[in-house]
Design a protein around this ligand. Structure first.
Ligand code: NAD
Length: 370
């Protein structure tokens, strides 16, 4: 048995169908009385229902959460929270809304509760990504970790099937990179494998029957595990590539993860045989990269960066940015390999699965990508 360090989580999790009815008790348990409910403009109806469930414990709804957590929205929300003397935040939504709650928490110290409605997993991580102008920064701040997460499967029923598929693949990307993370945490490995099993079983059912409650429960369970892995261990090449593509070309978050994952796995395969074996246990096939590519196709997810709006001329710049900052990856990351990976992903071609027998040492650059 290898020695290890395991980073446990302190977030309380309540999981089930109809669990939003328990939210008021969870607010009481934190000793809070004046909750500010957060949501994106398209989710006002869900937030209003949560507001009503809270009775006198809720003071207002702030419905301006936006992708990539723009600093100006967060500062406006902070002022609003202060003017209302809010004593806690309740995020009803996906990663954008939970990100807004984290940004407010980072500036005010207010505790946050979350009711996730997508599979992005941000609710289980201490990671805060923010944008100012065209620049995006990402930090790990233990103080923004949510106090309580109430997973209510019913809140995900309205998430459209196409968006659910790519969001589920976004969750799978967290689990996949946890399997070969630098800090080999056996608990994270177990959770990541279980997450892949749950998502592999549930996402194709959701694509056919979006209102299938057991499948929705399976996907949310898998997303919880994947988000927990993202919070516990550092990510690698796949997340770095997606971060660069999102920040530089404004590509949509979950769709970018869906397209890039098989190609990043193809690159890392020779250096991570145990991870590859676990992926193919969840998704049987000739190799992990091909399995993931075909699975995304079954879900009807986009398969090329071209269809997401990335210009072909951007491949060189992206490859440069991906290798510019050092970060840990199980296999060395050379610019020519990244360029080749991006070219294949841009065109939507099948991933190139490197032979498992190739002997490789990890990249030694130190920091891991969040
Ligand atoms: P999102 O929160 O932007 O939601 C996408 C769209 O779907 C929005 O219009 C939203 O209103 C709508 N929507 C969400 N749930 C719905 C539902 N149940 N029914 C109907 N509509 C619904 O998307 P996301 O993919 O969840 O989050 C992406 C953002 O989260 C990115 O900015 C990403 O960087 C961030 N993120 C952060 C972390 C982290 O740990 N910090 C992890 C993952 C993602």
């Amino acid at each position: 048995m290898k020695a290890f360090v395991s980073q446990g989580q302190i977030t309380k999790v309540v999981f089930g169908s109809g669990t939003r009815s328990r939210l008021a008790d969870e607010v009481d348990a934190l000793g809070c009385r004046r909750a500010l409910v957060l949501c994106a403009p398209g989710q006002v109806a869900q937030a209003a229902e949560v507001f009503d469930l809270l009775g006198t414990r809720a003071v207002a709804v702030f419905a301006e959460a936006a992708p990539h957590t723009p600093v100006e929205v967060s500062e406006k929300a902070v002022e609003y929270a202060r003017s209302l003397r809010a004593d806690c935040l309740i995020a009803v939504g996906g990663g954008s809304t939970i990100g807004l709650g984290k940004a407010i928490a980072a500036r005010t110290g207010l505790p946050q509760l979350g009711l996730p409605t997508t599979y992005a997993g941000s609710e289980m991580t201490p990671i805060l990504g923010e944008t100012e102008g065209r620049g995006k920064t990402t930090r790990r701040l233990p103080e923004v970790l949510l106090k309580t997460v109430v997973y209510d499967v019913e809140l995900t029923l309205t998430y459209p099937p196409a968006a659910s598929g790519v969001s589920g693949l976004n969750a799978m990307a967290h689990a996949v990179e946890a399997l070969y993370a630098q800090h080999q945490d056996p608990v994270a490995f177990l959770m990541a494998g279980e997450s892949l099993d749950a998502l592999a079983a549930s996402l194709p059912v959701i694509a056919e029957r979006p209102d299938d409650l057991p499948a929705r429960a399976g996907a949310l369970y898998g997303a919880w595990l994947a988000g927990s892995c993202l919070g516990m261990v550092g990510m690698a090449l796949h997340h770095k590539v997606c971060h660069v593509l999102g920040g530089t070309f404004g590509l949509p978050h979950a769709e970018t993860h869906a397209v890039v994952l098989p190609h990043a796995v193809g690159h890392n395969a020779p250096a991570a045989p145990e991870a590859m074996a676990r992926i193919t246990r969840a998704l049987p096939g000739p190799d992990a990269a091909t399995s993931l590519f075909e699975f995304a196709g079954r879900l009807g997810a986009p398969t090329s960066l071209r269809e997401l709006g990335m210009p072909e001329s951007g491949i060189e710049e992206a490859a440069e940015l991906v290798v510019r900052d050092g970060y840990w990856n199980p296999r060395p990351v050379e610019k020519s390999a990244v360029r080749a990976l991006l070219t294949t992903a841009w065109a939507g071609d099948r991933p190139v699965a490197s032979p498992a027998s190739e002997s490789v040492a990890p990249s030694t650059s130190g920091a891991t990508h969040v």
